[in-house]
Design a protein around this ligand. Sequence first.
Ligand code: PBG
Length: 330
Amino acid sequence: MFNYPRSRLRRNRQFPWQRRLVRESHSGVDDLIWTIVISDDGRPRYPVPGMPDIYRLSVSELIGEARRAVDLGIPAIALFPHIKPEFKDAQASEAFNPEGLVPEAVRAVKSAVPGLGVIVDVALDPYTDHGHDGLMDGGKILNDPTVEALAQGALMLAGAGADIVAPSDMMDGRVGTIREVLDANGYENVSILSYAAKYASAFYDPYRDAIGTATVLEGDKRTYQMDPANSDEALREVELDLREGADMIMVKPGMPYLDIVRRIKDEFAVPTFAFQVSGEYAMLMAASQNGWLDEKRIVMESLLSFKRAGCDGVLTYFAPRVAEWLGEPS
Ligand code: PBG
């Protein structure tokens, strides 16, 4: 492929200005979706185990962080709820409560900072007493009844003012049903960010502690989330979700699955996001706090790798720190 006998690739690397000129990928504040855990337990801020510097926030603390997001130039936040055990049941009833934690949080953020994008997860796992993303019957996850339930949950969240609903359950057909129900109720401008290629990953464990599903979850999610061994299947998942009306798609986890991002971007050329999940955050923070890695350099490099792989944006718990670092002179 290369036949340039006179080339010396180091010539382009000599000076900072020269490296800037030939740089292919850039990270910027526009790439950031700040993932935030909220809680209904009455405490303003409660530390999440395994995730240093991450707290479950009350709605009033969330408002403060939402204002900070705007000050930092972060375009959007994504909310994840920790729900009290007494509100969980087999039908995930609380997922449809228009006075629940998430709709309350969405209304509060949209009225305090209307210009900030608000993304909500559409999933049943924070609300089920077994911790699964679907309704169950005798140990099996029921696909179609779950899809109907998710669409009702999405409708309620759209009613609260969410800009983007993000189904993270991995049931078949949910994007299409959510789109139909939203459209039929006058929410044709609410977008769908589909967790299209979501893998059954061990990287989610700190998150499950954060939202309080770790202790209740029975078994694992391998009958609905994707097998980490598969890559072709991710393309089929994305194609189906796009046909069903997804506006944007997501790969999850992030760094270990950047090969999937690249394939999707090459194949479909649609807005593509990846989620740098809780376990990735935990790894980078643990090593940084031990002094084994340099936090700023390692996090910025990780974000650049998402961009290089083809991501249009990254959902990350590091978002506010990254926005601050980006504002510092380099
Ligand atoms: C579940 C959901 C998960 C995450 C977001 N939504 C985990 C799971 O599937 O159990 C993971 C987020 C993270 O690890 O940071 N609907």
